[in-house]
Design a protein around this ligand. Structure first.
Ligand SMILES: [Zn+2]
Length: 69
């Protein structure tokens, strides 16, 4: 899925609002579309600190998934 035209291309950092910690005017990166039941899609972006934490959660999820499969 491609990001909306208002978002930076995937893999690039641009100043904006982090959608996880809500810090504004920090370098954020597009992680994927966020789905809203009522408002459709929105670009989910996060700052470097939050991306690091999300990477940890994704790694833990991947480990758990590989254990159960
Ligand atoms: Zn953040």
């Amino acid at each position: 899925m491609t990001p909306p035209s208002t978002a930076s291309p995937p893999g690039t950092w641009a100043p904006g609002l982090c959608w996880r910690c809500e810090t504004d005017d920090v370098p954020v990166i597009w992680l994927g579309p966020a789905h809203s039941e009522h408002h459709g899609h929105a670009p989910f972006v996060a700052c470097e600190r939050c991306v690091t934490r999300l990477e940890e959660l994704i790694a833990a999820y991947a480990v758990g998934r590989s254990r159960t499969s």
